[in-house]
Design a protein around this ligand. Structure first.
Ligand SMILES: [Cu+2]
Length: 179
């Protein structure tokens, strides 16, 4: 058993060192960059963009979470009849050896109620949850940028977002209250 165990350790060490070079070795699944743009007023959500480098297998990103904000949602911007709209999404594909990009005008994060300490620190620690390896979690700090000159989703009014599924009930309740 012992020689085998040593051989296994050596193989692991080789595999780990292979990650550090660029000689055609398969790159690991990883979050490689990203930032958050604060909303133009404190009650407006921030928007988040990032890049995920695909690993050897196709996987899905199924959640992005943080302890330092009240709520995070994944959204996708769509142009419908010439008007930009957005809808929540529950997952996003990360192709093998490819890339998943959350960017302005496409998929993005909406982040409500970022903790003031995180804003002062200038970074928001996030957990990216994937479908591989029993929900692999990758930790990555998104740099927080001010709202000044905010464009794209950060400048859009998200006040009606996130509760779409309840709208009918809310309207029914409001109608009932009027009677
Ligand atoms: Cu959005």
């Amino acid at each position: 058993m012992k020689p085998f165990a040593i051989a296994a350790l050596a193989a692991t060490a080789l595999a780990l060192s292979a990650c550090g070079d660029n000689l055609g070795a398969a790159k690991p699944l990883n979050v490689v960059s990203g930032h958050v743009v604060l909303g133009t007023t404190p009650d407006r959500p921030a928007v988040g963009y990032f890049r995920v480098q695909g690993g050897p297998q196709p996987v899905q990103l199924v959640a992005v979470t943080t302890d330092l904000a009240q709520r995070v949602e994944m959204h996708e911007s769509l142009r419908e009849n010439g008007v930009m709209t957005m809808k929540p999404i529950t997952s996003a594909d990360v192709p093998a050896k490819g890339e998943l990009v959350f960017k302005q005008g496409g998929k993005h994060l909406m982040i409500w109620g970022i903790n003031g300490a995180a804003v002062r620190a200038g970074k928001l620690p996030m957990q990216f949850v994937f479908t591989n390896n029993n929900n692999e979690r990758i930790l990555f700090d998104l740099v927080i940028k001010p709202a000044e000159g905010a464009t794209g989703e950060a400048a859009m009014d998200h006040s009606a977002m996130g509760h779409g599924e309840n709208k009918g009930e809310d309207k029914a309740a409001a109608d009932a209250a009027k009677q």
